[in-house]
Design a binder for this molecule. Structure first.
Ligand SMILES: [Ca+2]
Ligand SMILES: [Ca+2]
Length: 116
């Protein structure tokens, strides 16, 4: 099941936001602040990474990894991609297979990776 991270962030954000009762309040703009901080599980992280496999070939290229980290709100996605590859790209082909993705997820979790 694909995890809709945008919807997730909106839900979390709206929970944190103090309720301001006003008419038309239900028409909230679809704006997701980058400051939303949420702990994620390994399964959620993996789902987010897999979602970025745009061509569906079961491998995450640097570009696809970068998108994943951008989606996670990383301030320095390029650096994260380099770290992930050096940590998890065990066969050295410059992309992350589904097997290697587990290592990326472990790495990301070890960094205490959250949505910020
Ligand atoms: Ca791919
Ligand atoms: Ca690889």
């Amino acid at each position: 099941m694909a995890l809709d991270i945008t919807a997730l962030s909106i839900i979390i954000h709206s929970q944190k936001e103090p309720t301001t009762p006003s008419p038309g309040d239900h028409k909230m703009p679809l704006y997701v602040p980058k400051s939303a901080t949420v702990a994620v599980t390994a399964g959620q992280l993996k789902a987010i990474f897999k979602e970025q496999d745009a061509d569906g070939n079961g491998r995450l290229t640097k570009e696809e990894l970068r998108k994943a980290y951008e989606k996670l709100g990383s301030r320095n996605p390029d650096w994260r991609v380099r770290r992930s590859l050096s940590h998890a790209d065990t066969d050295g082909d410059g992309s992350i297979s589904l097997e290697e993705l587990d290592e990326v997820v472990k790495y990301a979790l070890k960094q205490g990776y959250n949505f910020h």
